[in-house]
Design a protein around this ligand. Structure first.
Ligand code: HEC
Length: 138
């Protein structure tokens, strides 16, 4: 009787121990599986359909030749695709990891754009996806 109880305890110990290992390996395998996965960049954006309307709504009041806002930046005409593209691709002095356009809309380069405060995150992300794609005229 005593012997069989002893054997049973030994068996239970082994079972608990191996269960522990299985769990530990399992959990670390899951963590390892997830870690290298980058956020998929599935955002497809078009200059004509997505970007131009965002820039028109938020920036044209100060950034075209016809802008009438007293704070207008008369030297940066963002209704001109080539000019917008140059800001989209040129590195920012404030942060070498960001382009000028990105640094302004992320409020890293000051003053941030638009002057009154950041655009909705969705709009910023669309512009960033467009920049990442090379600011195409698509
Ligand atoms: C209310 C007016 C106003 C609005 C709206 C506005 N800007 Fe500006 N922007 C300015 C002014 C003024 C400056 C110059 C400020 C400075 O850099 O000293 C400027 C500067 C910039 C510059 C830097 C130009 C350069 O040569 O370095 C960029 C890029 C820019 N704006 C992008 C944008 C974008 C993109 C938007 C819309 C999301 C926007 N701005 C909206 C007034 C505005």
């Amino acid at each position: 009787m005593e012997t069989s109880l002893h054997v049973q305890r030994g068996y239970l110990k082994t079972l608990v121990y191996s269960l522990g290992i299985t769990l530990a390996v399992g959990v670390s395998a899951c963590t390892y599986d997830r870690a290298p996965e980058a956020v998929p960049n599935t955002l497809q954006v078009s200059y004509q359909i997505d970007i131009k309307p965002i820039i028109a709504t938020n920036c044209y009041s100060c950034h075209t030749a016809n802008s009438t806002d007293p704070h207008k930046a008369g030297y940066a005409f963002l209704d001109n695709y080539e000019e917008l593209k140059s800001y989209a691709l040129r590195p920012s002095n404030a942060s070498p990891n960001l382009t000028k356009l990105q640094a302004r809309i992320r409020f890293v380069e000051t003053p941030g754009m638009p002057l009154k405060g950041p655009m909705p995150e969705d709009d910023i992300k669309k512009i960033e996806a467009w920049i990442k794609a090379g600011a195409p005229n698509n």
